[in-house]
Ligand binder design. Structure first.
Ligand code: SF4
Ligand code: SF4
Length: 177
């Protein structure tokens, strides 16, 4: 990435944060060379499962859409460039076009978060997909809370739209998790 593209990428990332805030991923897997102990010392939520370490998202290092442990972030974070950044680097899109896609997607994320809250699940610091699954796995009592039926329907629709956009415009299959 040349300096001009890197500067544009930095502006885009600090207006986005979706690969760190639990929107796109639930965990970041540690790689050889990463130090789980150091990340714990830095305040990250690090867990181990089947002998592998991972860092949970939303990431505790993300503050006002900036990584506060940028120089010590894990290798997956260093290597990850979402599809918007890859297209920008390839010259396939402009910074303004990427910014518009990010703003629109963040608007949709906001809508999904609001619908989850309307559905009765308060913000609890867990990743978006996890919160969505938790709410949707609780059946609606149609007699006692009929107003929840359209809320759930709208949430399901908007979450589906969001998944399509994240897969099409942001996630990079080999880099997930
Ligand atoms: S999803 Fe892309 S644009 Fe957004 S913060 Fe991550 S790398 Fe940057
Ligand atoms: S360590 Fe930094 S780059 Fe990695 S997920 Fe957390 S905020 Fe994002």
């Amino acid at each position: 990435m040349n300096a001009e593209v890197a500067a544009a990428a930095s502006r885009l990332c600090t207006a986005c944060g979706m690969c760190c805030d639990g929107t796109m991923f639930q965990i970041v897997r540690m790689q050889p060379g990463d130090s789980p102990a150091e990340l714990v010392r830095l305040g990250m939520k690090v867990r181990s499962l089947n002998g592998e370490f991972h860092m949970e998202q939303p990431c505790a290092a993300l503050v006002e859409l900036r990584c506060t442990i940028y120089d010590r972030r894990p290798s997956r974070c260093r290597l990850f460039n979402c599809q918007q950044l890859q297209r920008l680097e390839a010259g396939a899109i402009s910074e303004a076009e990427a910014a518009a896609v990010i703003a629109e997607t963040r608007g949709l994320v906001r809508q999904v978060r609001d619908l989850i809250e309307l559905g009765g699940l308060r913000e609890d610091g867990q990743a978006l997909a996890e919160r969505y699954e938790r709410l949707m796995s609780t059946p609606v009592n149609v007699t006692l809370e009929p107003e929840m039926v359209p809320v759930r329907r709208e949430l399901e629709l908007q979450m589906q739209n969001l998944r399509v956009i994240l897969n099409r415009d942001f996630r990079v299959p080999a880099a997930q998790g």
